[in-house]
Design a binder for this molecule. Structure first.
Ligand SMILES: [Zn+2]
Length: 446
């Protein structure tokens, strides 16, 4: 195990940047590598997205399991990386320039050198004391690599024994957004250490989470001050569930805007997953209503205007719509009503989501019908509440209490789709020998 305790470890290098350093002003001490991360809609124009390939094997890199409402859907290294990038945002107290990153969540690989992904490896420019490096040029994207020969920590508290993901991410994302290493003296108290110092301070990089005045000046040189009328989200109201109507409140919204959600996507042009286009704002540019798309993930939401302006990112925890019930369960020969319930989170990867029945005749065959539309068709045995084709999903049996339970395997292809379910229980001598339940509609989520 290697632990940095000195100031001699190289914090990170912009792999292709060394030859492009320039001093914009003798009186300022930041440097730039050329280029910036755009927000336009064409070609390589949109580069504000950030995602993580969370392949760090260190236990300390992913042991922060406490959710933070400011970083919905992200824990461990993902939250630390998000926080590092967000240190440069317009709504960060130390940054405050016309720059906002777009958290896109988790990636399934480190991707290519221009897919704006953060990951871990021992290859590339690692070795020789390097903690992390950023691949440039940034005009068509970037990649940040943390070197896996070090031991990493996700924080979130005070400096620990291991290298701070948040602090090093803040530095590396400084490269990704166009900054080189500072020429300010990197010595003295860690609390005044510039984020863009080439070396971390003796606190394992903890205090490089917050940018200093020279870092801020460099950010402002590249992206400018916050313009009057910048689209700014101040609150959300309404539904935060997929398919629900969310209202975004704020200031400076153009009459026609796009709304961009976290969706884990690497697509930056054309029809971008998680983005809803051409929405009219109301209230003089203070509100916009949007139906949350099925691809949206917990993360952040931005107002994006004509590919020219991007708002701050506002945290949003995306939920699943509540199951809804319809029809009437029959009481059957026992006099109890057959009632269906959906139990558990209807999300991909949840092995415990089930459709359950209570109130059926005990110890009888039960069957479940499913389909993708509602109906109300009377038969001799009861009312079919599922539209055709209404597949006979499976057989089971009620227990001694008249309950029946069937697990549903949720696949990615079901995300965003609504399925309807209804039970029937054999009840010889009652009606058409079947006791029919009410029905439930379930919309599945990522
Ligand atoms: Zn560096």
């Amino acid at each position: 195990m290697k632990i940095i305790t000195s100031k001699t470890a190289l914090l990170g290098v912009a792999a292709l940047a060394a030859g492009f350093f320039a001093l914009p002003s003798a009186s300022l001490s930041y440097t730039t590598i050329g280029g910036s991360l755009g927000v336009s809609k064409s070609g390589f124009g949109y580069q504000r997205d950030v995602r993580i390939y969370d392949n760090c094997g260190d236990a300390a890199a992913n042991n922060n399991t406490t959710p933070d409402p400011l970083y919905p859907g992200a824990l461990g290294a993902a939250m630390a990386v998000w926080k590092g990038g967000a240190s440069w945002n317009s709504d960060d107290v130390d940054a405050g320039k016309n720059f906002d990153m777009d958290w896109q969540g988790e990636a399934t690989s480190a991707g290519t050198a221009n897919q704006n992904t953060v990951g871990w490896t021992t290859g590339g420019s690692c070795g020789g004391g390097v903690l992390a490096f950023t691949e440039t040029p940034i005009s068509d994207g970037w990649r940040i690599t943390f070197c896996d020969e070090w031991t990493w920590s996700d924080g979130p508290g005070t400096p620990g024994a291991y290298i701070d993901i948040d602090g090093v991410m803040t530095h590396e994302y400084g490269h990704a957004l166009g900054l080189g290493h500072t020429t300010v003296s990197c010595s003295g108290s860690c609390s005044t250490y510039s984020t863009m110092c080439a070396y971390i301070c003796s606190d394992n990089g903890y205090q490089q989470r917050t940018i200093e005045s020279d870092d801020q000046a460099g950010l402002g040189y590249i992206y400018g001050s916050i313009p009057a009328g910048k689209p700014t989200i101040t609150s959300l109201s309404g539904s935060t569930a997929i398919g629900g109507t969310l209202t975004i409140h704020g200031t400076g919204f153009d009459s026609l805007v796009d709304v961009k959600f976290t969706a884990g996507t690497t697509t930056n042009t054309g029809s971008i997953p998680g983005t809803v286009y051409n929405l009219s704002s109301t209230g003089g540019g203070t509100a916009v209503a949007v139906t949350i798309p099925s691809t949206a993930l917990s993360g952040s939401v931005h107002v994006w205007e004509g590919g020219a302006r991007l708002s701050n990112g506002y945290p949003i925890a995306i939920g699943c719509p509540a199951p809804f019930y319809y029809g009437t369960g029959e009481f059957g020969s026992t006099g109890t009503q057959a009632l269906i319930t959906a139990n558990g989170s209807p999300t991909v990867g949840n092995p415990a989501f089930s459709i359950d029945l209570a109130g059926g005749k005990p110890s009888q065959f039960c069957v479940m019908f499913s389909g993708q539309s509602q109906a109300s068709v009377p038969y001799s045995w009861g009312t079919m509440l599922i539209g055709a084709p209404n597949f006979l999903r499976t057989y089971s049996s009620t227990n001694a209490s008249g309950a029946c339970s069937i697990l549903i395997t949720i696949t990615t292809g079901m995300v965003g789709q609504t399925y309807y379910y209804q039970y029937g229980v054999r009840d010889a001598g009652y009606g058409g020998d079947v006791q029919a339940s009410n029905a439930v509609g379930v919309t599945f989520c990522p």
